[in-house]
Design a binder for this molecule. Structure first.
Ligand SMILES: *Cc1c(COP(=O)(O)O)cnc(C)c1O
Length: 233
């Protein structure tokens, strides 16, 4: 078996185990395989063993992969990196999910650019839960007002929230941040009927995220290996 497939299956097993330990249904924790900097061939390998959801950060790199993998008709693309407004069109035209919606202007552009033959673009509001000025995302206190502005946009489907937690192995800090996300999702659900998604947890902090209610985990290096950014754009 290829190492890539073995690492993938290992992560699928770990997600199931973590969900069961947290007394959750494993099917309620979806794996987003984060393939940034890795070639289309790796995505195809995992697609062929049944993985459907892939996460990408860099729009130009991703646009090439969209072309390469156009024959994979059930592939679901998740954009998980920051999107500049002038890069919104490919997202509107080819993505199924955007995890990093952080401002009204981007929402309005995506709403206008979403082709009418496609279903509404699933969007998550990115929360800067670590309160790190170097990171993207809005403050928790701004979430409800942005959500209210997004809800009337008919070509967007507001599905929930996303965060990148603090880069720490301190379990209590992680638990506090992920629990705050869970509370924020409950707040959002009072106004957004389709908000069922909490995208949180990466290779390093997946277990705590699942314990705190993540419905999507975004796993890159634990599946694909160490990233080499020297050729990335
Ligand atoms: C790269 C990336 C991931 C995956 O991180 P790993 O540590 O490789 O699992 C998850 N989420 C976001 C937003 C990323 O940019």
């Amino acid at each position: 078996m290829k190492p890539l497939i073995a690492q993938y299956q290992n992560i699928c097993t770990r997600i199931q185990e973590n969900a069961l330990r947290a007394k959750r249904t494993p099917d309620n924790v979806q794996l987003i395989a984060v393939s940034k900097t890795f070639p289309s061939a790796d995505i195809r390998t995992l697609y062929q063993v049944g993985q459907r959801d892939f996460g990408e950060n860099y729009i130009q790199e991703w646009a090439q992969k969209v072309q390469d993998l156009a024959d994979c008709s059930n592939l679901v693309w998740h954009i998980i990196g920051h999107v500049q407004s002038n890069k919104s069109r490919p997202v509107a035209e080819h993505a199924h999910w955007l995890h990093t919606l952080d401002r009204l202007k981007l929402a309005q552009r995506l709403n206008e650019q979403r082709p009418s033959h496609l279903p509404a673009l699933n969007v998550l509001i990115e929360i800067n839960i670590a309160n790190n000025p170097a990171k993207h995302g809005i403050a928790p206190s701004e979430m409800m007002s942005l959500a209210k502005q997004i809800l009337p946009l008919k070509n967007l489907n507001l599905r929930g929230l996303m965060c990148v937690a603090e880069n720490t192995d301190n379990a209590e800090i992680l638990r506090q941040q992920f629990t705050q996300m869970q509370q924020l999702l409950q707040d959002l659900q009072t106004i957004a009927p389709n908000a069922d998604t909490l995208s949180m947890g990466m290779s390093q902090d997946m277990e705590m995220a699942i314990e705190c209610g993540a419905t999507m985990v975004r796993i890159g290096s634990a599946i694909f290996g160490q990233r080499d950014y020297s050729s990335a754009n």
